[in-house]
Design a binder for this molecule. Structure first.
Ligand code: G6Q
Length: 540
């Protein structure tokens, strides 16, 4: 982090540390309005944070000192900002619905982006209308998306989020885990003749995805009389690696391309979203892209003090680095967003879980909070205790909608009353004096007191529709970007996942070896391998 700018932030933190959120609100009747911004159908009320106008100004100064504006331009402009992989970072081009070109090494990538999207749309319409037939001539009723990490979480989360827009009678499933249970349980629910497998892998070398895809292919062929021609009607691929896709047996006509400048965890608006497009249709997919684009425009053009992703990023830095908050909770008050915390976990933790700076030196402070959460109100009956009265500071994002996709009685009023009340309880708390005035017995007063002063953001939109959803995802993408720049780390690589993959390959050989393997690991690893082999009746 920029040392001087951060020092200025710290001074303001110290100047306001003793002020309780109760006092902030009492002192300034305009506080909510002062700390509210609107963008792309979303309203962010960030007034229930431990901030003052002066502190916000210092935080904006931190973003400026980190050259955030120039870095944003570099990303949108196709500079190779993913330096360790020597790649541009252009997920924003995927939702560029304007006629503006986007250049990578002097070449406009937009014609390719549009061409793939048009192919996706044509294919999805064929399937959705029942014109695309399975090997035995029946229409497709089940889609099984096979992918993992960035090739799974985005479309899986989005399909759940936009379920009300899904096509009736077309069931979309997601298989990611190499644990055969995932595939087996899914295959129990589908009919081979009417199932389309969408194999999604940027590299097409990922162990889990290829293992699942091979098993799915065997399963299909066993049920369709072993005719290999069936693969062409039941398997499509999404990848950057056409050679590997062909090697697997999927024809180039059945492959939807994306490019190395699309990071896995940022790839939902690319062909990786094919299963989502199958579910919600091309028009709704495009509405989602519009939402993404609206937030992109806002991020690119709004001054930092009114820039929603920048504000969220700066507040995160304030708590993580200024108050030592190790975690950040995301609490969507919408059952359709149940998978959002898991998705954001990858987006944020894989992007900013780095301890080496862009200069190759260890970073000076900490980076990357632990992201977690569950839909409200469920979490209230489980872990909120720790957020309200625990010893750790846990900043929270509350996400809610003014209208429900499923209006029923007064459910939605109750849901939203809970969201709003939680933010109030966290901020205001309940003093010992209040407890005593209510007649709480003296010995229980400390237990029933709430310190309050616990920060939260509230994100509110009208309805969880494709456009609002797209804007929400872009909001978090750009928040993560902002923080990566401030921490001076590379947010678009993920070398930390490599070592485990390499070691798993070696251990797999040792687990499967016909002859007793010569084990050269630490004593724990050796013992675990022997125990497994023994249990499986292998030679020791
Ligand atoms: C995402 C990561 C990672 C990746 C998976 C799947 O940013 O790189 O989660 O998406 O490992 O990789 P493939 O798409 O290459 O199978």
């Amino acid at each position: 982090m920029h040392a001087q700018a951060w020092q200025a932030v710290q001074q303001e933190i110290e100047a306001s540390r003793a002020i309780h959120l109760r006092d902030h609100f009492a002192a300034d009747p305009q506080r909510a309005g002062r700390f509210t911004v609107r963008a792309a159908n979303w309203t962010l009320d960030y007034s229930k944070n431990r901030i003052t106008p002066a502190l916000m100004q210092r935080l904006v100064g931190l973003a400026e000192a980190a050259n955030l504006r120039a870095e944003i331009d570099a990303m949108f402009g196709g500079q190779p900002i993913n330096a360790t992989e020597k790649r541009a970072v252009l997920h924003t081009a995927l939702r560029n619905l304007s006629d503006d070109p986007v250049l990578v090494n002097g070449k406009d990538i937009m014609p390719d982006v549009r061409a793939v999207r048009a192919r996706m749309a044509a294919f999805c319409e064929e399937v959705r209308k029942g014109h695309w037939r399975g090997h035995t001539g029946k229409p497709i009723r089940h889609v099984v998306n096979i992918g993992i990490g960035g090739s799974d979480l985005g479309p899986a989360m989005a399909c759940a989020a936009l379920k009300p827009y899904g096509k009736h009678g077309l069931h979309v499933n997601f298989v990611s885990n190499v644990d055969a249970t995932h595939l087996a349980e899914t295959l129990h629910t589908v009919k081979a003749e009417q199932t389309l497998f969408v194999v999604v892998s940027k590299t097409f070398t990922t162990q889990e995805t290829l293992t699942n895809a091979l098993s799915a292919r065997s399963w299909l062929l066993a049920r369709l009389g072993g005719d290999r021609a069936a693969v062409a009607r039941h398997f499509v691929a999404v990848s950057t690696n056409s050679a590997k896709v062909t090697e697997f047996g999927i024809a180039p006509d059945n492959m939807f391309e994306f490019w190395d400048w699309v990071g896995g965890r940022y790839s939902l608006p690319s062909a990786v979203g094919l299963s989502l497009m199958l579910a919600i249709g091309p028009r709704n997919f495009e509405r989602m892209l519009k939402g993404y684009a609206a937030m992109d425009r806002h991020f690119r053009t709004a001054p930092f003090e009114r820039n929603m992703p920048v504000i969220l990023g700066l507040l995160g830095v304030l708590y993580h680095n200024g108050y030592g908050a190790a975690t950040h909770a995301v609490l969507p008050y919408d059952q359709y967003l149940a998978r959002l915390p898991a998705y954001l976990q990858q987006l944020d933790m894989e992007s900013n879980g780095k301890s080496v700076g862009r200069d190759g030196l260890p970073v000076s402070g900490t980076t990357g909070p632990i992201i977690w959460g569950e839909p409200g109100t469920n979490g209230q009956h489980a872990f909120y205790q720790l957020i309200h009265q625990g010893t750790q500071l846990i900043p929270c994002d509350f996400i809610g909608f003014c209208r429900s996709q499923n209006p029923m009685g007064d459910h939605h009023d109750k849901l939203m009353a809970n969201l709003i009340a939680q933010t109030e309880a966290l901020a205001m708390g309940k003093s010992a004096a209040q407890c005593r005035a209510e007649g709480v017995p003296a010995e229980l007063v400390p237990h029933k007191t709430f310190d309050g002063n616990r920060p939260s953001n509230t994100l509110l939109a009208d309805l969880l529709d494709p456009q609002t959803f797209g804007a929400l995802i872009a909001l978090y993408e750009h928040k993560v970007f902002t923080q990566g720049i401030i921490w001076n780390i590379f947010s678009f690589d993920q070398w930390g996942v490599e070592l485990g993959k390499v070691l798993a390959g070696r251990v797999l050989q040792e687990l499967q070896s016909e002859t007793p393997p010569e084990l050269r690991h630490d004593s724990s690893t050796n013992a675990l391998i022997r125990r497994y082999r023994e249990a499986r009746g292998a030679k020791l």
